[in-house]
Design a protein around this ligand. Sequence first.
Ligand code: FE
Length: 203
Amino acid sequence: MTADHRHESDSPALRTEAIEALLVEKGLVRSAAVDALVERYEQDIGPLRGARVVAEAWTDPAFRARLLQDGMPAIRAAFRDSGGFGDNTDSHVARLVVKENTDTVHNLVVCTLCSCYPWAVLGLPPAWYKSPAYRSRAVREPRRLLGELGLDLSPDVEVRVWDASAEVRYMVLPQQPEDTDGLGVEELAAFVTRDSMIGVERL
Ligand code: FE
């Protein structure tokens, strides 16, 4: 592990695992219940923040421009009063770079060395994000990997891969789905999936 990929959560993660093991051993919690909770954070609670950011960007061109220029300050300013973007948006993981998909460019986020992830907006990373296969293939053969994940990109779409680190995290701004003009932020946010913000899915 290099200095760039220091994990602010390594030690707490280990300690958490140890605590979970102990609680399960003592019969105080069931492992399945913990798994279910983690899954909820991976799939629902975490990504909802990102979905709101994306929907806001779709509906507000000025916010979109600020978001693409420098992610975290734009998000902090826009969501200051609406809650849900608490302490961890102010952490030392200062830089969030948002990459927008277009008809001709598709962006994909990975951390090749470990599992750096834009958790301030997407919550916990999915288990596969941390797998050696995803981390290496996202760089070596992204188009083929995406195809296997169900995303067949036309050859004229350029794939750009962004390698995260402790200092710089990436998030994809997916394209707004067709026929959704005029919908409000809340309705639009419901279209946005976690995977689309990692870049393994298009909406
Ligand atoms: Fe990492």
